[in-house]
Design a protein around this ligand. Sequence first.
Ligand SMILES: Cc1cc2nc3c(=O)[nH]c(=O)nc-3n(C[C@H](O)[C@H](O)[C@H](O)COP(=O)(O)O)c2cc1C
Length: 327
Amino acid sequence: MNTNIEYLGLKLKSPILAGSCGLTANIENLCKLEEAGAGAVVLKSIFEEQIIYDIKRNTHMYAPVGNYGDSYEYIAQHVADDSVQKHFDLIREAKRRLTIPVIGSINCYSHETWLTYAKQFQDAGCDALELNMAIMPFETSLSTDDVERTFSNIVQSLKKSISIPISIKVGTYFTDLAKFMQQLSWMGIQGITMFNKSLQVDVDVDAERLCNADSLTYPGELYNTLRWTAILSRKLRCNLCATTGVSDGKDVVKLLLAGATAVQVASCLYRHGVEYMKTLNDDLRAWMEGKGYESLDQFRGRLAMSTSDKAGMLMRTQFMNYFADIK
Ligand SMILES: Cc1cc2nc3c(=O)[nH]c(=O)nc-3n(C[C@H](O)[C@H](O)[C@H](O)COP(=O)(O)O)c2cc1C
C-alpha cells in the first residue's frame, strides 16, 4: 500500500502535513514529525507585522537626521533582515536535517514591505511557500472587490519574486467563497489551504474585558472544512489542502473522500504531542487496508460534490425533514 501524493508539485510520502504553528518553530519537533511520518512540515509563520515592526523599531534607533535617502532605506531593510535571521537559520537547518519538504509560511494582510522578504524564504531553501492571507474584512469602507483585489495583487507580485510553488491559505470571510476560491486557483498558484483559523476573542466577565479564547480548534469545526472541501475540490485548478478540525485518522479519511489533496493538522498535535502524527498515519493505513485500497487515488474525491449521490446535502443551510435525522 502506498500513501504517496504529489502536492504543490512536490513528492510526499503521506497526505498528512504538520500545519504552521508553534510546534513547527523548532528543529527537534520538525525531526520528530518527520520520524512520525509527516508528509511535509509547514513552518511557523513569519508575520507581516513582525517584519514591519522590526523595521520601524530599529529605524527609530537609527533615525536619520535630515534626508539620508537610499541609506535610510538600506538600514530599514538590513535591520529587518537581522530580525528574521533566526527564522532563515531554522529553514536552513530543517533543509539539512529533514528529507521531507519544508514549506515556509508568511502571514500577511497587505501588498506591502514584506513582499521583499519572500525571495529570502526561497534562498534559504524552502521547497514551497504558504501565504496565510489573514485579511479580516472589518472595515465598513472595504468592499468585496477591495479585498479580492488585495489577494490578487499580492499573488501577482509574489509570483514575480519567487519561483518555488505557492499555496494561499485562506479564511472563510468571503462573500463569494466558491467563486473566489476558483478564481484564486486560476491565478497560477499551486495550492489553496483552507481554512485558516482566526484567533478567537472571548470576554472575561469578571474583569469585563476582552481576552483570547482557546486557540485550539475542536472536533465540530471539521464539518465546515468538510463541506467546502467537497464543494470545491473538483472546481479548483490547483491542489486543495484541507485544515481545521481534524482530530483523528478518520477525519483525515473524510477530507480525502471529500477530495482534499492533502490535510494539515495542528491542534491535535498540541493535544496529543507531535508523535500523534504516527497515529494519524497508522489510522489512515488501517482504514485503507480494511477497505482493500492500495493507493489514495482509489478513493480520493469519491464524495466530492459532482460525484456524491447525496451532494444536495452539501448545499442545505437549514434543516428539512428529508435531510435531517432529527425531526
Ligand atoms: C497555537 C497555534 C498557532 C498557530 N500559528 C499559526 C501560524 O503561525 N501561521 C498559520 O498560518 N497558522 C497558524 N495556526 C493555524 C494552524 O496552522 C491551522 O490552520 C489551524 O489551527 C487549524 O488546524 P487544526 O484544527 O488542526 O488546529 C496556528 C494554530 C495554533 C493552534
